[in-house]
Ligand binder design. Sequence first.
Ligand SMILES: Cc1cc2nc3c(=O)[nH]c(=O)nc-3n(C[C@H](O)[C@H](O)[C@H](O)COP(=O)(O)OP(=O)(O)OC[C@H]3O[C@@H](n4cnc5c(N)ncnc54)[C@H](O)[C@@H]3O)c2cc1C
Length: 401
Amino acid sequence: MAQLLSDAVTLTESQQLVQTSVRDVCSNFDHQYWRNQAEAGDYPREFVDTLVDHGWMGVLIPEAYGGAGMGTRETVVMMEEIAANGGGFSAAQAVHGGVYNSVPIVEYASEELKRDLLPRVADGEASIQAFGLTEPNAGSNSTAIETRAESDGDEYVINGQKIWTSRVDVSDYIVLVARTTPLEDVDKRTRGISMFLVDIDDAIEQGALEMEPIPKSASDFVHSFELWFDDLRVPAENLIGVEGEGFYQVLDGLNEERLVIAAECIGLGRLALERAVDYANEREVFDRPIGSNQAVQHPLAEAYARLQAAKQLTYNAADRAASDEDVDLGAYANAAKFLAADAAYEAADAAVQTHGGFGIATEYDVERYFREARLTRLVPITQQLALNYLGENVLGLPRSY
Ligand SMILES: Cc1cc2nc3c(=O)[nH]c(=O)nc-3n(C[C@H](O)[C@H](O)[C@H](O)COP(=O)(O)OP(=O)(O)OC[C@H]3O[C@@H](n4cnc5c(N)ncnc54)[C@H](O)[C@@H]3O)c2cc1C
């Protein structure tokens, strides 16, 4: 079935170019490739290297630092296509950090750090795939983080624990978020948090970083870790931005990144739906294709309608993000992520049901899409937290988080 939902929105010229170029890269990696990676739990190195070779890791890095200097409008297209063309949400997640973790460097790092790091990231010599915010006692409530970074001469000394930090095994650096002032000493819980660039090899050489992978049931080939930092020494120049302002730096750009996550969900939903439609047309039971039964057809049509709506909102918001319009982007981004994750989930669930018993056989892939679709309702924020934002900031209801 040819590229479902391709005509849902009108693309700009640069978006069209991104779409065809990314599809072209993805066409070299078939369903068997992704199935093999998932079954072995192996990071899709060849796929990522091909994207790197075509310059896609530098999509958000300004041209002055060797990148492509594109924005959210192009990145939503890129990530939707990566997910939709066989790899699913996990394929997008395999590169998401590498694309997005350069943004705080672009926005806040010193000129020296930018000049050193960004051209290397853009040409694939270095990767910043990992971002460490979540801790065992601070998930949705991220200002409750306890990892401490204390200034000591021209270094910071970091102690604490992170959980769910993804792609540490395929990254050169982690963007790490830590408290430089304890929670009890700040007037506002969002203050006293800072952002650091941690060189992973250096941390291991110091004997100051231990890591354990977290066994999990979705996103098989993208690994997440529990990390322990014990007196890790980081040069003061690796502080990203202003000490104590790190939480605001994390928030800045978060809505645009959330739109890209929404696009990844839509890509996964498209993929699941396309596979389901193909199967519904091919599989014959009672001497006719199962797709001729409305009980099979309607859930797929419903999934299409939901994906179409989520896509319109996501792309509309990406356009607004690129304009000078003064909009509450958070309202769009949270609504888009909420709708896109649910639409992906409904599409993947319908795809499993359409495949009957083969819905849970790995050879048809839809069971993998279903597990991934379930994950999209949890990360990077849960559906409830997206709704909390809308409840408070759009509907004017009391804050609950
Ligand atoms: C595969 C995977 C990869 C990840 N990668 C990274 C990463 O690279 N870096 C990183 O920093 N983090 C990462 N995370 C962490 C992720 O961002 C968190 O899991 C997520 O933010 C939820 O936090 P939590 O798991 O601690 O849930 P909790 O905060 O413990 O919440 C548990 C449940 O309670 C609900 N809840 C809590 N408070 C409220 C409230 N006020 N109102 C309504 N509901 C509420 C939540 O919605 C959720 O359903 C990853 C997680 C996973 C699963």
